[in-house]
Design a protein around this ligand. Structure first.
Ligand code: 3HC
Length: 382
């Protein structure tokens, strides 16, 4: 049994894959990044160059370091070659169970016997993916947040057969790459952060319908009243409507209580209006580069985000009732994984616990069980 991890292969070079490869290289690891086409890898290396230059510009790293980081990343198309001597494989391919099945069969065939499989899946069940390999005891969920270069959180999710030693090794690896690991104790749909984030996007759409407010008003209120670093629609565009749509379907198919899907998300997905990367989502963008929406405190005054706060707090309460994590871990995860600038339960106190419970009871009487307040939240009633 190995005691440390030295060499890493990242499978998939998209938004998450390239960022994970970059931060691993920044921590001194030799990293292979693998994708099915050279052109995908070229694009990934372009993005890594942009990000490393940005960090150098901001004096987070110096020019010599920047060059060394790039030189530690090896783009390879050939799967067998990409796995040579690899001790940890981090898989970040699109969120499709059939695709993951195919990928893991191949990885299982060529990887060393002592390799650790870490899946960056955002919502698929870890135990089920682990069964696609012949060694589910060496399989674990390793969920990074976008952009991996800046977001400090990694959720670590053991499956039902994961060896304790593997969990410990992976937690140690996460710390070594400068991230903060939070153990998600149960393999539940959405793990910790997506259980809050994904339903919030849908609720923002419903509240837009109900209130007749504008996108920028809802977004400004999410930023200035809920302490999110971006507006909720801005964040959805930034994350990608394809990612949100797939995560929604997956979570909803496993648990109807976790999310109340709004048809607009599916519509944007089907129209290929995927957000920043396609130039259009909820908003229009000039290109596929990092771009922000102008939000203001004045606009925030025009919208009351009580239903958004209520849905977030209710799903957070579900995590606590079900012992997926404790309250400190939850607040830490939201600050590090979604950039929340204030604890969620502090926001809940500002809006009023009783007000939140009343809002949920009203919404559940009109729209059904998704809104029923969780028992943890009810126990906080004043
Ligand atoms: N590498 C390096 N630098 C980057 C970067 C990257 N990948 N991306 C952005 N930057 C730079 C920007 O260019 C900007 O530089 P500038 O000052 O020269 O313009 C700088 O970082 C800071 O950006 P901003 O001024 O726009 O502002 P913020 O202070 O708001 O920070 C942020 C940006 C860290 C992205 C912050 O807005 C944030 O935390 N947003 C929330 C992100 C989030 O919630 N992510 C999780 C989504 S859910 C998920 O990933 C799970 C999945 O399973 C769905």
């Amino acid at each position: 049994m190995m005691s440390t991890i030295n060499q890493i292969t990242v499978i998939g070079s998209g938004v998450m894959g390239h960022g994970i490869a970059q931060i691993s290289a920044m921590a001194g690891y030799e990293v292979v990044i693998r994708d099915i086409q050279q052109s995908f890898l070229d694009k990934a290396m372009e993005k890594i160059n942009w990000s490393v230059n940005k960090l150098a510009e901001k004096k987070k790293i110096n020019q010599t370091e920047a060059e060394k980081i790039i030189s530690r990343i090896h783009p390879i198309v050939d799967i067998q070659q990409s796995l040579k001597n690899s001790e940890l494989i981090i898989e970040a391919v699109p969120e499709d169970l059939r695709l993951k099945h195919k990928v893991y069969q191949e990885l299982d065939k060529y990887a060393d016997k002592d390799v650790i499989f870490g899946s960056n899946t955002s919502t698929l069940p870890i135990s089920e993916i682990s069964s696609f390999t012949s060694r589910p005891n060496r399989f674990i969920g390793l969920h990074f947040f976008n952009p991996p270069q800046l977001m400090k959180l990694v959720e670590v999710i053991p499956g039902d057969k994961t060896d304790k030693q593997i969990t410990d090794l992976v937690i140690n690896f996460v710390s070594k790459i400068g991230k903060i690991p939070i153990l998600c104790k149960k393999d539940v749909p959405g793990f910790i952060v997506n259980r809050i984030f994904i339903p919030l996007v849908h609720e923002a759409m419903y509240s837009l319908d109900r209130s007749k407010s504008s996108l920028v008003e809802v977004d400004s209120a999410s930023k200035y009243k809920m302490a999110l670093p971006m507006g909720i629609f801005e964040l959805a565009d930034y994350t990608g409507l394809d990612v949100i749509h797939k995560a929604t379907n997956e979570m909803y198919s496993r648990d109807k209580k976790v999310v109340f899907p709004h048809p607009k998300i599916q519509e944007l997905f089907e129209n290929k209006e995927l957000g920043q990367k396609t130039g259009k989502g909820f908003y229009l963008y000039q290109g596929d580069n990092y771009e922000r929406i102008q939000l203001t405190e004045e606009l925030a005054e025009k919208f009351d985000p009580i239903s958004l706060v209520s849905v977030a707090v209710n799903n957070a309460s579900w995590l606590l009732s079900n012992e997926v994590c404790d309250k400190n871990e939850l607040e830490q995860a939201l600050m590090l994984g979604m950039g929340l600038k204030r604890e969620l339960f502090e926001t809940a106190e500002i809006f009023g616990i009783n007000n939140i419970i009343d809002t949920l009871q009203y919404l559940s009487s009109k729209f059904g069980t998704f809104y029923e307040p969780d028992k943890y939240l009810l126990s906080m009633k004043k």
